[in-house]
Design a protein around this ligand. Structure first.
Ligand code: FES
Length: 188
């Protein structure tokens, strides 16, 4: 387990529908990731397409009756948030359609309907909980996942293979940061 990086709160993800941030992957490349609400973790529609096993223990959110129901959002103490991976109400996916190079969240929040993320280009829909797509151009593909965990109402990045850079898209980080591209008076 690597360092846990706090990203935002679960409430924020639910309010904004998607929460965009940028990471550096293990190859040193910048990559955009979106956090999305996973509201039907009980649906049992996981096809195990990912095969990575990360958190496939779908917690019956009604069965265990543990904290985490969104109705009483005021931090109800509930210290024992179901262990990492179990019952995670937020999932993280690489912000790119599997069909073509198309951002799902273009900086204004991802389009979502019925617990699915809608690709703005050709309209394929990806399950927000499993990342799997069973329709349209991107059918039979799964979005690459990024590991996150929910603890006490906060969302943490727990993926060892990526490093958090900043909130927002890749471009948002370059601007105003005095990046080499914006003020490039190279004198070599
Ligand atoms: S680019 Fe997303 S479905 Fe074609």
């Amino acid at each position: 387990m690597g360092v846990r990086m706090r990203l935002t709160t679960v409430d924020t993800v639910y309010e904004e529908r998607s929460w965009l941030f940028t990471v550096r992957d293990q190859h040193g490349e910048k990559e955009e990731v979106i956090l999305v609400p996973c509201t039907d973790a009980v649906a049992g529609s996981r096809d195990d397409a990912g095969g990575d096993g990360g958190g496939s223990e779908d917690v019956g959110s009604t069965g265990t009756g543990s904290a985490g129901e969104t109705t009483s959002s005021e931090g109800d103490g509930g210290g024992t948030a179901a262990g990492a991976g179990n019952g995670t109400a937020v999932e993280a996916w690489v912000n790119q359609c599997t069909h073509e190079f198309q951002r799902l969240d273009r900086g204004m929040g991802a389009a979502m309907r019925d617990g699915q993320i809608i690709c703005p280009k050709h309209g394929s829909m990806f399950d927000a909980c499993s990342g799997y797509c069973d329709n349209g151009e991107a059918a039979d593909t799964t979005l690459p996942s990024v590991e996150v965990a929910v603890d006490g109402g906060d969302v943490y990045l727990t993926d060892d293979e990526v490093t958090f850079l900043h909130q927002g898209g890749i471009d948002e980080g370059d601007d105003g940061d005095g990046g080499p591209s914006s003020t490039s008076h190279l004198s070599l």
